[in-house]
Design a protein around this ligand. Structure first.
Ligand code: FE2
Length: 282
């Protein structure tokens, strides 16, 4: 295949999400979703079912008997963990399609996405939002634009020189100058082609735009804080010398303080340790 001329072409070429993933994301992003509805969709997909059972029976959960059905998996994992596992399974194939470039490795983008999903879920629960599953999905998908950028950059010789273009290490400025848009905008163009809730697409589109963070619902602030917090923890960092700052307006929007941020950091580290199976998907 000939190299893409621009990022728009890469986005156009990106395959749609599998049907089962679209259905699952549609179900879990409705705050009043039915667990039975989710289980019946999962059951229709042998690959998804097999992966859930394999993860349940892995050493991670140390169960003393084998889990052999999706219904049993629900009672062992609990709804929260099942949703995490299903969303991660449904989206991981998309990250596997990313080309490796000087920009970021697909594995590192995925690791960052899982960490960000977990952080979004923690922040949503902390803020009393009933949309913890939507928050997890937003965290997982917030970097889908980086997949497009990574593919674009891998379509020609990775040039570290080009990465030197930004003297102040402004990562977003680099993306805008090199690819004509940053990963938040690229992500929203990818998501425009999927039938996902508007709130989710808007949160991903605006997560680096301080003016829009305040104009939008809490989900945008959640994605923004989670993204920067994971980068500050060194997860998915593209250039180590880059500095990232959490918007005080986003903190205010969620009623967060430095103390609650520190608590979120330590919860993330604990939950990340229990999410190794998800990270191994890519
Ligand atoms: Fe981001």
């Amino acid at each position: 295949m000939k190299p893409a001329q621009d990022l728009f072409e890469v986005i156009e070429r990106m395959p749609p999400l599998p049907d089962v993933a679209v259905q699952v994301l549609g179900i879990v992003n409705d705050p009043e979703y039915s667990l039975d509805g989710l289980v019946s969709v999962v059951r229709t997909d042998p690959t998804l079912t097999a992966r859930i059972l394999k993860t349940c029976n892995s050493s991670l959960y140390s169960l003393n008997r084998e889990v052999s059905s999706v219904s049993e998996a629900v009672s062992f994992l609990g709804t929260r963990n099942l949703v995490k596992l299903v969303v991660a399974t449904c989206t991981s194939s998309y990250f596997q399609q990313s080309g490796t470039s000087a920009y970021l490795s697909p594995k590192e983008i995925w690791r960052h996405s899982i960490a960000c999903g977990i952080t979004c879920q923690i922040l949503a629960e902390r803020s009393g939002l009933d949309e913890a599953a939507t928050a997890f999905t937003a965290g997982i998908l917030h970097n889908i634009g980086k997949i497009a950028i990574s593919q674009f950059m891998s379509s020609f010789t990775p040039s570290l020189d080009a990465l030197e273009l930004t003297e102040d290490g402004d990562f977003l400025a680099f993306e805008r100058s090199f690819c004509s848009m940053d990963h938040a905008v690229a992500g929203s163009l990818v998501l425009d082609r999927w039938l996902l809730p508007t709130s989710l697409r808007r949160a991903i589109r605006n997560h680096h735009d301080e003016n829009l963070i305040v104009a939008d619902p809490e989900l945008t602030s959640i994605v923004h804080i989670a993204d920067i917090l994971c980068l500050q923890e060194g997860i998915g960092v593209f250039r180590e010398d880059l500095s990232y700052e959490i918007s005080p307006l986003a903190m205010q929007k969620l009623g967060m303080t430095e103390t609650s941020l520190e608590k979120t950091r330590s919860r993330l580290q604990k939950e990340l340790g229990r999410s190794e199976e998800l990270i191994k998907f890519v």
